[in-house]
Ligand binder design. Structure first.
Ligand SMILES: [Zn+2]
Length: 166
């Protein structure tokens, strides 16, 4: 390693041989990053849970996709996710519908027959999820879904959002 002379003090020092301080190493530490990630995740979960009540009100305590009532319902976020959880990017869903949202493939086409009705929802995130699932069903050769999509008029904003699948 080449030695350098400090121009101000005439002290010889190695240009690259400085070992970062313990604190600097801790600052960039993997463990700390992980801890921060978990903390961020926990805060997000908390914020999502706190939106459960307004979601229950909006949905009338029914699954917003399949309209099931009297079943466990939970808030779910619709990707792409905003910086902070927002009501307008969330849905109140039953377990089977949450699984459809989280999956990349159709799980239960029969359960999703209800989209014939839901796709006309005036709640934007509900309509967006319905359109995405219908496109998935159409790709799965479900003729009814293809037909429904052909007859569907979408607001350009909904169309754009539906296309932003993560
Ligand atoms: Zn449902």
């Amino acid at each position: 390693m080449p030695a350098q002379v400090c121009r101000l003090f005439g002290i010889e020092r190695k240009s690259l041989g400085v070992r970062p301080s313990r604190r600097a190493r801790q600052r960039s530490g993997w463990g700390e990053k992980m801890a921060k990630g978990f903390e961020k995740h926990r805060q997000r979960r908390e914020a999502i849970t706190s939106l459960g009540r307004p979601l229950a009100r909006r949905s009338g305590s029914r699954c917003e996709l399949c309209e099931s009532s009297g079943v466990p319902l939970a808030p779910a976020e619709l990707p792409p996710l905003p910086e902070e959880p927002e009501l307008e990017h969330m849905l109140f869903l039953c377990e089977p519908c949450t699984r459809e949202l989280d999956s990349r493939k159709v799980i239960d086409a029969l359960h999703l027959r209800v989209l014939e009705k839901t796709v006309w929802s005036s709640v934007a995130p509900v309509q967006v999820l319905a359109v995405r699932l219908l496109r998935r069903l159409a790709a799965n050769h479900e003729a009814w879904a293809t037909e429904l999509l052909e007859n569907l008029y979408l607001d350009p904003e909904i169309e754009e959002w539906a296309g932003q699948e993560a």
